[in-house]
Design a binder for this molecule. Structure first.
Ligand SMILES: Nc1nc2c(c(=O)[nH]1)N[C@H]1C(S)=C(S)[C@@H](COP(=O)(O)OP(=O)(O)OC[C@H]3O[C@@H](n4cnc5c(=O)[nH]c(N)nc54)[C@H](O)[C@@H]3O)O[C@H]1N2
Ligand SMILES: Nc1nc2c(c(=O)[nH]1)N[C@H]1C(S)=C(S)[C@@H](COP(=O)(O)OP(=O)(O)OC[C@H]3O[C@@H](n4cnc5c(=O)[nH]c(N)nc54)[C@H](O)[C@@H]3O)O[C@H]1N2
Ligand SMILES: [Mo]
Length: 770
């Protein structure tokens, strides 16, 4: 039985009255941003104003649970800092708070003029659209780029080496032929009561903190649901997380060494015959080569690299090899490692070793994971193909990106075009839901310098961000989750997003796309309104076997497509309908043919990060700490939520975690402001001295800026004080073209100048007293 579900008590109607308030069952996705789509009850008063929100107890997805960011939604929606009307600014006034309010029509007109000007001078390819991570805004700017601006150049906000899930997904496609995810009972409405389902015996939580992150459509508390039913955990992380503290076994590793650990676990599983021979014989390819590869990966060798105990590696192999049903819940630490593909390959094979693939409670193929791209594809169906000349298609940006196999323009190629004007200049940016140099990209100053040179910059956001203040010429105000209609589709199930209120002129991304698209290319953007467009999309899903109108979906709120296990046995994974996997050999590839064909190492491997105690000992002598960055926290989604007093009350300043011995050596105490410095730059954060952190490693937060500090240049809301991406690199991708070193830098720390921070406290207090 699910935990809170009680249809007797809780209403199932999509909308009902509770006293004077109207309650609407919906899904919160963005804005403000998140990767999840939690079930939410929006309470609106008779004037249509949002007065409170609650988790929806009648939801099989989240069972009434809701995080602090959602619970503070009213504060976000009516925050005085929100931008509620379109604004423009002269290019010469960039960096100054000299915005002028305009109408939405004027905004669209101005955007169209910018596109025209850029196209006439340089060609449409010189326009680049950018979208941020997994919010309800990942595809709209891409469609506009293709259908209204005529450019092939869209990308994910300049993320170095596309280091977010893409490397893991491409890795899974190469090795398993599809995307696979942990099965924690989320795939059927009946959840744990489904007759075929059984919970995993062991969940590998690797380089991921699902409780905080809820990343990529995976709701972290599904792990808790499984734990309550007896699942044990195996956790790999340089810092003790809540889940690590509750694990059967936990291995604390030096960042960037996960592949060595996995190869040694594989070594022991083979030595001790702790693998599923039948599954490997029937369904896998290249096991002998793999055996050879791991032959000299002894736990003793790996332990030295990973900074852990060899005995723990033996124990891990035995645990994984004998647990029964195991699954893998992994995280962005794989992608933010230069050797992202080799690392992903080494860990994903542990699932194949035990045959825990596409079985109940195992690691399951989810070929309808991309409803979101399905919607995009539907909207984009009639659009002209504008692929030619896309930046990065020249094949110079990694072997898997060669000849433009990647899904988007390559961030590094865009940056290069900005800096060199080759093969053509980039002159206009349309940035929707991303703040490149505050948060997304490595080497923040470099991106800032490149983007300052643009002729035109359009920003679609909710608040005035440092990026918008620095370079924006036109600002389009975007809607919060409760102010827009939409469809939540990123993995199962399909969920409705229902508009319950309107604030100012804020507009949802779908609506902005439709209206601006219509203005520029009315034949292609022909739907009358967003519900009509969504109706078309939900009725024409290629990957989800669901046909449903948007209004039906809104009333049902949540709809589960059919899901089956063991698809590799029934031919449901392969494009030709044959049993097996959708890889080149038709099997799971220990020896990966796709990697081999493009000139990559076909077998899983470990290589030291570009900067490390081993690969750059001189640098290490000067910067004696390994630094991982960007550990997620409860209060913030990337650079968002810094305006919200509730979040700041819990987490006022940027923090980095450091082991007590390292703090003492650096002369730093708990709560001190300290400078984090490396060969790329510096950032100042508050020290959290904790023995949860592996000695020799620090973990620094990303995305920090301060809405209470001066807006204009040179401050840009304190952008350059605590921006950890001043200490990261753009272009550190591995042989595949994917991966970055966001989580594997070197650094040193030392106390900030005496009195640092006092003035910032005052600014913060004054801002809050408004
Ligand atoms: N609240 C909140 N949620 C978010 C986000 C957010 O900003 N805030 N961001 C979203 C996005 S875009 C993403 S990609 C996901 C990411 O979600 P996660 O994958 O959970 O990402 P992180 O918190 O960066 O890292 C997870 C864990 O990896 C550990 N770690 C760091 N380096 C290494 C390493 O080299 N090896 C191993 N094994 N572990 C390492 C960290 O200590 C941390 O506990 O979260 C999403 N969800
Ligand atoms: N050092 C370091 N850097 C990192 C990471 C790390 O771990 N370490 N993680 C990286 C990862 S994995 C990722 S994915 C990126 C994420 O980077 P981004 O996705 O670029 O995140 P933000 O910088 O917060 O920019 C998002 C902006 O979109 C706005 N927004 C929110 N919701 C909506 C919406 O619905 N529509 C529109 N139009 N706007 C909206 C927000 O107000 C915010 O200003 O950061 C990367 N940066
Ligand atoms: Mo991400």
């Amino acid at each position: 039985m699910r935990d809170c579900f009680n249809p007797e008590v809780y209403k199932k109607d999509w909308q009902y009255q509770e006293g004077d308030l109207t309650v609407t069952r919906s899904t919160q996705w963005s804005a403000p941003g998140c990767h999840q789509g939690c079930s939410i009850l929006f309470y609106t008063d008779k004037d249509g104003k949002l007065v409170k929100v609650e988790g929806d107890p009648n939801s099989p997805v989240t069972d009434g649970r809701l995080c602090m960011r959602c619970l503070a939604m009213v504060e976000a929606v009516y925050h005085p800092d929100r931008i509620l009307h379109p604004m423009k600014r002269d290019r010469d006034d960039r960096g100054k708070d000299k915005w002028v309010q305009i109408t939405m029509d004027e905004a669209y007109e101005l955007c169209a003029e910018m596109v025209k000007d850029t196209t006439e001078k340089y060609g449409a390819k010189s326009i680049c659209t950018g979208a941020g991570t997994g919010r309800n805004a990942t595809w709209q700017s891409n469609v506009l780029g293709q259908g209204a601006f005529g450019t092939p150049n869209d990308n994910c906000g300049m993320l170095a080496g596309n280091c977010c899930y893409t490397p893991r997904m491409q890795g899974m496609n190469a090795v398993l032929g599809d995307t696979f995810i942990a099965d924690c009972g989320q795939l059927n409405e009946a959840r744990f009561d489904h007759p075929e389902y059984r919970r995993p015996d062991l969940i590998l939580i690797w380089g991921n903190n699902p409780l905080r992150a809820n990343a990529d459509g995976f709701y972290g508390h599904w792990i808790i649901d499984c734990m309550r039913r007896g699942s044990k955990l195996f956790v790999v992380d340089p810092q003790v997380t809540w889940l690590a503290a509750h694990a059967e076994q936990y291995i604390q590793v030096r960042p960037g060494t996960d592949a060595a650990l996995a190869l040694a676990i594989g070594h022991v599983m083979i030595e001790e015959e702790l693998y599923d021979k039948e599954f490997i014989d029937l369904w896998c390819y290249g096991f002998d080569e793999y055996k050879e590869r791991v032959a000299d990966w002894t736990p003793e060798r790996a332990a030295e690299i990973c900074w852990c105990d060899p005995e723990d590696i033996y124990a891990a192999a035995r645990l994984i090899g004998t647990a029964g049903v195991t699954t893998l819940q992994w995280g962005v630490a794989f992608d933010q490692n230069k050797e992202a593909n080799g690392t992903a390959h080494s860990v994903v094979l542990l699932q194949a070793m035990t045959g825990n693939i596409d079985n109940p409670g195992g690691f399951v193929g989810i070929n309808f994971g991309y409803v979101q791209s399905d919607i995009r594809e539907n909207v984009a169906k009639g659009l002209p193909k504008v692929r030619e000349g896309r930046l990065g298609d020249d094949g110079n940006w990694g072997l898997m990106n060669a000849k433009g196999k990647g899904g988007h323009a390559i961030p590094e190629a865009i940056l290069d075009a900005c800096e060199t004007g080759e093969p053509y200049p980039v002159k206009m940016l349309f940035m929707c839901s991303t703040t490149a140099f505050t948060n997304m990209a490595g080497q923040a100053r470099r991106i800032y310098n490149a983007f300052k040179e643009m002729d035109h910059v359009v920003i679609c956001d909710l608040f005035m961000t440092p990026t918008a203040m620095a370079i924006g010429d036109l600002f389009i105000p975007m809607a919060m989750g409760c102010e827009r209609n939409g469809v939540r589709g990123w993995y199962t199930p399909l969920r409705a997003i229902t508009k319950v209120t309107q604030t100012g002129e804020a507009i949802g991304d779908e609506q902005m796309m439709l209206e601006l698209g219509k203005k520029m290319n009315p034949d292609l953007f022909y739907w009358d309104d967003v519900p009509e467009m969504l109706e078309f999309c939900t009725n024409n899903m290629a990957t989800v076997p669901i046909q449903i109108t948007f209004s039906e979906l809104r009333e049902k709120v949540i709809v589960y497509p059919e899901f089956t296990y063991y698809k590799y046995k029934t031919g449901k994974l392969r494009f030709d309908g044959q049993p097996g996997f959708n890889t080149l050999s038709g099997r799971i590839e220990f020896f990966c043919n796709m990697y081999n064909n493009v000139g990559m190492d076909p077998l899983p491997y470990f290589k030291e990060p570009p900067e490390s105690p081993v690969s750059t000992p001189e640098l290490f002598a000067e910067f004696p700490l390994v630094m991982t960055t960007g550990r997620r926290c409860w209060e913030y989604f990337h650079s968002e939520h810094r305006q919200l007093h509730t979040m700041r009350e819990f987490h006022k300043w940027p923090m980095f975690a450091i082991h007590p011995d390292d703090a003492e050596a650096a002369g730093i105490k708990e709560g001190d402001w300290a400078v984090i410095e490396n060969s790329h730059g510096k950032a100042i954060e508050v020290a959290h001295v904790t023995d949860t952190m592996l000695k020799g490693v620090i973990s620094a937060e990303h995305g920090w800026w301060f809405p209470e500090r001066p807006a204009e240049e040179p401050s840009l809301f304190g952008l350059w004080e605590s921006n950890i991406n001043c200490c990261t690199v753009q272009g550190d991708f591995g042989p595949s073209g994917y991966g970055s070193s966001y989580k594997t830098q070197l650094a040193k720390v030392y106390p900030a100048p005496e009195g640092y921070g006092a003035e910032f406290e005052k600014l913060y207090e004054a801002h809050n007293a408004r």
